[in-house]
Design a binder for this molecule. Structure first.
Ligand code: NAP
Length: 296
C-alpha cells in the first residue's frame, strides 16, 4: 500500500495566522489597543500545560495579549466564578477560555455559565452550544471546528460520505458531529458504551477520533483509503525515560491502510489555536463596535 496523504495542520494554521497578524494590527490602529485573551487554569495537568504553552505562543505570533490566570486547585467554584466575572467586566479582555479538566470538586456547569457568551470564544457556554445545535451563528468549539476545517481546507469532500466520530464530549466529539452533519456527512457517533467499535470504524469513509485514549484505533479497524482525523492529544512515556505526544490513533498501523491521516503533533492542534484566535478577533471587533455605538 502506498503512503497515505499527510494532512498537516501547521501550514494551514500558518496561513490563518498570517491573515490574523494583519487583522490584529489593523484592529490596533482602528481601536487603539490589542485585545487580550484570558486563559483560566484551575490546578494543572500535563496535557493542559502543553496546550496552554501552544496557545500563548500563538498569541505572541499574531500580536494578541495572552493573560494566564492561574488559580490553585483548592479554590472553590465561587472563587473561580468571581475571577471570571472580573474578566467579563474587563473591557480589554475580548475572550475567555477555561482550561479543562477542572478539579473534580468544581461543578463544570457553574463555571461555564459564568462566562459572558460574547467572550466565550471556545463555544462552551450553553448559548453558543445551542446556536450550534440549531445551525445558527455563534462561537464554535475550536477543536471541533479544526477537525472539520482540516478536511475542508485539504479539499476532502464530506457531503454524502459515511463519517464516524469516536467521542461525544460537549467540547469535541458532539460539536464535531454537528458540524460534520452541517457539511452533509452521514454521521455516526461512537462512545465508550459502543459495542464492537471496529465494526463501525471499518464502515467509515472519514473517521474522526476524539477519545483521549492512545492507540485506541489501529490499522486493522480501518478500511483501505479512509481519511483519519486524529484529535487526541496524549502525553505518554517515550520509552527512553522522557515523554512524548501521541494521538488516539496508532499512526504506524493506520498509515498502512488510510488514504489520508492527520499527524499528532502537527495536525488538528495547531489549527485549533489559529481558529481560536480568529474567534478572538471576531469577539473583539463586536465588543469594540458595541462600546463605540454605546458611547455615541
Ligand atoms: P473526554 O471529555 O474525556 O471525552 C472522551 C470521549 O471519548 C467520551 O465521549 C467517551 O465516551 C469516549 N471514549 C472514551 N474511551 C472510549 C473508548 N474506549 N471507545 C469509544 N469511545 C471512548 O475528552 P475530550 O475533551 O472530548 O478530548 C478528546 C481528546 O481530544 C483528548 O485526547 C484531548 O486531549 C484531545 N483534545 C485535543 C485538542 C486539540 O486541539 N487537538 C483540544 C482539546 C482536546 P463516553 O461519553 O461514553 O464517556
Amino acid at each position: 500500500m502506498s503512503e497515505p496523504r499527510l494532512l498537516a495542520g501547521s501550514p494551514i494554521a500558518a496561513e490563518i495566522r498570517a491573515g490574523l497578524t494583519t487583522d490584529f494590527a489593523a484592529f490596533k490602529v482602528k481601536w487603539g489597543y490589542s485585545p487580550t485573551l484570558a486563559i483560566v487554569l484551575v490546578g494543572a495537568d500535563a496535557p493542559s500545560a502543553v496546550y496552554l504553552q501552544q496557545i500563548l505562543r500563538t498569541c505572541q505570533k499574531v500580536g494578541v495579549q495572552g493573560r494566564l490566570l492561574e488559580i490553585g486547585s483548592h479554590a472553590e467554584a465561587d472563587d473561580v466564578c468571581n475571577e471570571i466575572e472580573r474578566l467579563n467586566a474587563d473591557s480589554a479582555v475580548a475572550g475567555i477560555i477555561v482550561q479543562m479538566p477542572l478539579p473534580a470538586h468544581i461543578p463544570l456547569r457553574t463555571v461555564i455559565n459564568a462566562i459572558d457568551p460574547a467572550k466565550d470564544i471556545d463555544g462552551i457556554h450553553p448559548r453558543n452550544a445551542g446556536l450550534l445545535s440549531l445551525g445558527y451563528d455563534g462561537f464554535l468549539p475550536a477543536t471541533a471546528q479544526a477537525s472539520v476545517e482540516i478536511l475542508k481546507r485539504s479539499g476532502i469532500e464530506i457531503a454524502g460520505k459515511r463519517v464516524v466520530v469516536i467521542g461525544r464530549s460537549n467540547v469535541v466529539g458532539k460539536p464535531a458531529a454537528l458540524l460534520l452533519m452541517r457539511e452533509d456527512g452521514t454521521v455516526s457517533v461512537l462512545h465508550s458504551k459502543t459495542k464492537d467499535l471496529a465494526h463501525h470504524t471499518r464502515d467509515a469513509e472519514i473517521l474522526v477520533v476524539a477519545a483521549g485514549k492512545p492507540g485506541l484505533v489501529t490499522g486493522e479497524m480501518l478500511s483501505p483509503g479512509v481519511v483519519v482525523v486524529d484529535v487526541g492529544i496524549n502525553v505518554v512515556d517515550d520509552g527512553e525515560g522522557g515523554k512524548k505526544l501521541v494521538g488516539d490513533v496508532d499512526f504506524a498501523s493506520a498509515s498502512a491502510v488510510a488514504g489520508a491521516i492527520t499527524p499528532v503533533p502537527g495536525g488538528v492542534g495547531p489549527l485549533t489555536n489559529a481558529l481560536l484566535l480568529s474567534h478572538l478577533l471576531q469577539a473583539a471587533t463586536a465588543q469594540a463596535q458595541s462600546q463605540a455605538d454605546a458611547a455615541r
